[in-house]
Design a binder for this molecule. Structure first.
Ligand SMILES: O=C(O)CCC(=O)C(=O)O
Ligand SMILES: [Fe+2]
Length: 404
């Protein structure tokens, strides 16, 4: 038997190695080994510039990361998040993801670009290109894929009277709401949502591990900053600051997240079909922050069909999908009436682009209604086995508890 730390060393080293293997394949016969990850900066300076324009994973082995590792003599995690609901301890972010802020300090390089508003009929997006600097985001992709437990949810549905078995075409994992969490008393659909007593869930809520908690803090801080900047601009010309109503207070609450869903798309064959995140447990106009790591994938958005009795003239947005090619480190924040009126999807990629090295998507949300939250756990964790990334075979493998 070996300790968590030595086990993690094996996984993490293999992960770095697999990164070099990928770089080798992508950069056409330029062999790189584990040693190259610890080369000196001067030897790296002679490295030829990369010519590959492939997105995502294969570029994760770039100079910035290598130089950073050069200074980190022992880059392996020493701290872990543990909880009875975690199948195994989840490491904290390694020091080499240098741009990930420490919540106890005020210095952060996040976001690494300003959020660009994209608006249309009922559409309210804030698009950071990127939110996390590209090199750090690629390292973060590797880290999260190797560190989190994943699930492949399967379920049966009834379609035209016959039962159909669905195997979700992506890996998922979900965290949120620990025993100390409370639903804040607020109104949803006109009624007061009560506080939720600890231990009252059927599905055991899993708190965010520290590595996702650090990201949550960074995202919330950036959104608060973007909001402050927006309101400062609105009052710059001496206007009196407008009085804040209940709706605005609720909007503030929306951008305080207590729930996190992680999707892993192993290749272009994995996808998510058109849907909206309009589950009741998120409230009427949720703010959802969606972070992309790894391979670039298209994020499509289209307006929901308008009811035939609608008298308003159709907007050009209706029927015309919007395409955001989400690259590593990018973040899209969906707000306001977006979920109520728009659908989004990450379609499969063509065979030519199928082997893209994988992509991770993290969405931060605010769960408000207990009943729906339970369903969400079941839908994104399910009752099947736990999977964990096997860096040697480069795939998710069923994970079993080690015998002591
Ligand atoms: O992978 C993405 O960018 C979208 C994921 C998504 O829409 C969801 O999990 O609800
Ligand atoms: Fe979604």
């Amino acid at each position: 038997m070996y300790s968590i730390r030595s086990k993690y060393r094996a996984i993490y080293t293999a992960s770095i190695n697999s990164c070099s293997l990928s770089a080798y394949i992508m950069s056409n016969k330029r062999t790189r080994t584990i040693d190259s990850f610890f080369m000196t900066s001067s030897s790296l300076a002679t490295k030829k510039p990369r010519t590959s324009t492939n997105s995502g994973f294969e570029e994760g082995c770039d100079e910035t990361i290598l130089k950073k590792r050069d200074n980190d003599t022992d880059n392996l995690p020493t701290n872990y998040s543990s909880h009875p609901t975690y199948p195994f301890p989840i490491p904290h972010l390694p020091s080499s993801i240098s741009h990930v802020p420490n919540p106890s300090t005020t210095t952060t390089t996040f976001p690494s670009s300003h959020g660009r508003p994209i608006t249309d009929t009922d559409l309210d997006l804030l698009y950071f290109e990127p939110f996390i600097p590209r090199p750090a985001s690629r390292h973060l992709f590797e880290f999260l894929r190797a560190s989190l437990p994943f699930y492949r949810v399967e379920y049966d549905i009834s379609r035209s009277g016959s039962k159909q078995h669905i195997r979700t075409p992506r890996w998922t994992t979900v965290f949120g709401l620990d025993d100390t969490s409370r639903f804040v008393a607020s109104t949803i659909d006109g009624s007061l949502v009560p506080n939720c007593a600890p231990g009252s869930y059927r599905a055991s809520p899993r708190p965010l591990p520290q590595c996702l908690e650090d990201l949550r803090v960074a995202v919330e801080r950036a959104l608060a900053g973007a909001k402050e900047k927006g309101s400062r601009q609105g009052t710059e010309d001496g206007e009196e600051e407008p009085k804040r109503g209940d709706a605005e207070e609720e909007k503030d609450e929306d951008a305080k997240f207590n729930f996190c869903l992680v999707n892993y798309y192993a290749s272009g064959a994995d996808s998510i079909s058109f849907h909206s995140d309009d589950e009741r447990f998120l409230g009427a106009s949720p703010t959802i922050a969606s972070l992309s790591l790894g391979a670039t994938r298209d994020f499509l958005m289209k307006h929901k069909p308008l009811l035939p009795q609608t008298t308003a003239a159709p907007s050009p947005a209706v029927g015309k999908p919007l395409k955001l090619p989400l690259a590593t480190g990018d973040m899209v924040v969906m707000r306001g009436a977006t979920q109520a009126n728009w659908l989004h999807a990450v379609p499969k990629r063509s065979r030519r682009n199928a082997r893209d090295g994988g992509r991770i998507n993290i969405t931060f949300r605010r769960a408000r209604v207990k009943a729906g939250t339970e369903n969400y756990y079941n839908y994104n964790v399910g009752a099947g086995p736990v999977y964990r990334w096997d860096a040697v075979d480069q795939e998710m493998k069923p994970w079993t508890k080690e015998k002591p």
